[in-house]
Design a protein around this ligand. Sequence first.
Ligand code: UD1
Ligand code: UDP
Length: 384
Amino acid sequence: MAYTVMMVFGTRPEAIKMAPLARVLRTWPEVDLRICSTGQHREMLEQVLTAFGLKVDQDLKVMTQNQTLNGLSRDLLDKIDQAYEQTRPDIVLVHGDTTTSFIASLAAFHRRIPIGHVEAGLRTGNLQQPWPEEANRRLTGVLADLHFTPTRDSDANLIHEGVPPEHIAVTGNTVIDALLWMRDHLAEQQWKPAADSPLGVLRDDQRMVLITGHRRENFGHGFERICKALAQLGERYPDVQFVYPVHLNPQVQQAVYGVLSGRNNIHLVPPQDYQHFVWLMARAHVILTDSGGVQEEAPALGKPVLVLRKVTERPAVLKGGTVKLVGTDTARIVDETSQLLDDPAAYARMARVYTPFGDGHASERIAERLSRWFTEQSAARDNA
Ligand code: UD1
Ligand code: UDP
């Protein structure tokens, strides 16, 4: 008997991290995989689907310009419910901490459809940071039946919240599966961005600092301080290239282009597809980011990361000493980045490969646990 497994995702990071799992589940004969994109993101999601050759079965196309959390949630609840009515899955798989993940879980719970939560158990303990993601991931954790965690820290968080240990499987993070696949794929082809692409202007003989930033809790003062720091760094280091693929959220675009446009060594470029972005990470000297996924990927490539946040839900990355939390204070960002650019010993201490998130086989472990769950469910039905 084949089980209908429905994967629901809507944003760039969810799609990157679910793509390797989709590849594995497609090869399991007992699984009939259906992929539902909510379309919470549009162009940025399309880039991932193309990079991984992923075909979606349902596209709910919910994105609107400058969407509000409540407007988005309302549309998601309505459309995801219709998608469940159409597909009638045996289990729904959601990822992480987005509004798509939480609302897809709530809609499944209302229909008594079991839920598997991939990248479960991350916590900062502070509902405001990251906002609203800390709430989304906790609420999803309350509703989920199976919790696939990236590291043991996350297991401990869930057990502390009363989740039965037999409902938790530590699997590693599927982002490493995606990253290693893409890195090897680029290496095999000796791939480089096209000369006429926005990255074609980058010089091989200069160091490069890669930046990403999009967190809602940094909007306003946080972004102003980050951009001021980048402007100062750009002036202090004319021979360093600063590359910032700017997230399409209009609030981010306004803040970043408003302060940083028109500077010779600061390259503001559109969001990059996954192959270009992995190439950028591998080529970078230092990475500045407030992204969750980049904190996980960059240490696996041996790149020092300065995190533009006060707290992280990924304590495992701090243990390796290759990632440092610097917050959004202008002077601190400038000082910490300058130290990495000026002091070879400080740089060497942070430029090491560190991979607490697994070996690139998290997706297989999730599929195996899912398969055992099907067996358990079928035995329970026989005994009922
Ligand atoms: C969302 C997630 C966040 C995740 C991030 C990854 C929530 C609440 N937030 O934040 O957890 O870290 O995605 O990037 O779920 N836009 C486009 N095209 C796109 C994508 C976005 O134009 O392809 C613009 C739209 O105007 C949209 C806005 O960005 O309304 C915000 O998108 P949204 O998904 O609500 O929030 P993100 O900040 O992207
Ligand atoms: N990423 C990408 N192109 C970019 C910026 C990031 O493909 O221009 C990838 C990055 O490698 C990581 C993921 O997007 O896998 C992180 O997404 P984002 O920072 O938007 O979300 P978060 O991880 O913070 O939820």
